[in-house]
Design a protein around this ligand. Structure first.
Ligand SMILES: *[C@@H]1O[C@H](CO)[C@@H](O)[C@H](O)[C@H]1NC(C)=O
Ligand SMILES: *[C@@H]1O[C@H](CO)[C@@H](O)[C@H](O)[C@H]1NC(C)=O
Length: 355
């Protein structure tokens, strides 16, 4: 435990150092791309010619004591978040004692051949598969949330994992694309779910009321869903899921049910998170908080800078509006963004031409 904290602190210092060493090229990159790359990244559709270029990640090899068990990780994949995805993958490999035992499952909603080949060329040694998420599955089920980015169909793919992933995948770690892992992911993989369908850090001190509207709380039939459990907030960006139990327990249908309610009555304001809370809050396996230091992107409206919470950290998550690559490119980074920068494989055209 303590060694991880020290490791993390070391990484923090290292990243700060790296930032100062490379700040000139970062500034050059930001200037060169000015309003093009930096701003266009936020758009929903962008021409495939804008797919960023990345450095090739090194080969990561297993240590001597590695067994044969495969760690399955799933993440969504699209051009907008590609820079986040590549940083997340690199961070996972770098901190893993058995990186060759990790298999990535990338879920895509729109065929973007350039994005697929970028994964190929950036990680030539990676074990991965691409799986199509048919966005028709959520067509007509998504309600407008307070942040447009949350309304992307691919955000809802996590509900359908049990149908999308191959049959041999019995357990999956679902990860958002705006995070980095600074610990061995095998430790999260090995958590004992104690018969629960889902494991995630749980936050019982957060005000649970505010995730739902007054309309919801005033309806005794709806509120009864929480009967017999003490609902606590959890973040759906980092989850360990028992895939078979998800399938057999009909959890997909349960989450879809609440999306259907939301379509007609506004019972919450966020995207795919609240229906998960309605079905599972208070009935998950609580995982150590170190596995999701979330909110580093600030709130959903302004994306203000946030500091780290005290305690050991295994995973840093830029949930909220601000994304580290955009803030770094715009030369208005928050201090926590320097912790993301060392995993950035992005190669801007200007640094390219300097080589
Ligand atoms: C990725 O690389 C493999 C092996 O080199 C190749 O067979 C496959 O077609 C490539 N896929 C894409 C999308 O480039
Ligand atoms: C929790 O949030 C609700 C709704 O915003 C508010 O009415 C309530 O006072 C809050 N409770 C606490 C303990 O802060």
């Amino acid at each position: 435990m303590a060694s991880c904290t020290i490791l993390f602190l070391y990484h923090g210092l290292l990243s700060l150092l790296l930032f100062f060493l490379s700040s000139t090229s970062i500034i050059a990159a930001a200037t060169a791309s000015s309003s093009s790359a930096g701003i266009r990244l936020g758009l929903i559709r962008k021409p495939s010619s804008d797919v960023p270029a990345f450095r090739e990640a090194p080969a990561f090899r297993n240590g001597d004591s590695c067994g044969t068990e495969i760690v399955h990780i799933t993440m969504t994949l699209d051009a907008n978040y590609l820079r986040g995805t590549t940083a997340a993958v690199l961070s996972i490999l770098q901190h893993s004692a058995c990186p060759e035992n990790i298999e990535f499952h990338f879920l895509w909603g729109r065929s973007e051949p350039e994005v697929f080949s970028k994964i190929n060329s950036t990680f030539p040694y990676l074990q991965f598969r691409f799986h199509r998420f048919d966005s028709n599955r959520v067509r007509g089920k998504i309600s407008k949330s307070i942040r447009q980015a949350l309304d992307q169909p691919l955000n809802y793919a996590r509900i359908y994992l049990a149908d999308i992933l191959p049959q041999n995948v019995k357990r999956i770690i679902y990860l958002d694309s705006d995070l980095v892992v600074v610990d061995d992911i095998a430790r999260l993989w090995e958590v004992d779910l104690k018969g629960k369908v889902l494991g995630a850090p749980e936050y019982c001190h957060a005000n649970f009321t505010k995730y739902f509207t007054e309309l919801f709380w005033s309806n005794p039939v709806w509120v009864r869903t929480f009967q017999g459990r003490k609902p606590c907030y959890f973040n759906t960006g980092v989850m360990v899921v028992d895939v078979e139990m998800w399938r057999h327990g009909g959890y997909m249908q349960k989450v879809e049910f609440w999306m259907g309610v939301q379509k007609h009555k506004r019972i919450y304001n966020l995207g795919s998170l609240p229906p998960f809370l309605l079905v599972l809050a208070g009935n998950i396996k609580a995982v150590d908080h170190r596995w999701n230091q979330h909110g580093l992107g600030g709130d959903n409206i302004e994306g203000k800078c946030r500091n780290l919470h005290p305690g050991p950290i295994s995973l840093l998550h830029w949930s909220g509006k601000g994304k580290p690559w955009l803030r770094l490119d715009s030369r208005k980074p928050c201090s926590v963004d320097y912790l993301w920068a060392p995993y950035d494989l992005y190669r801007s055209s200007s640094t390219h031409s300097l080589e």
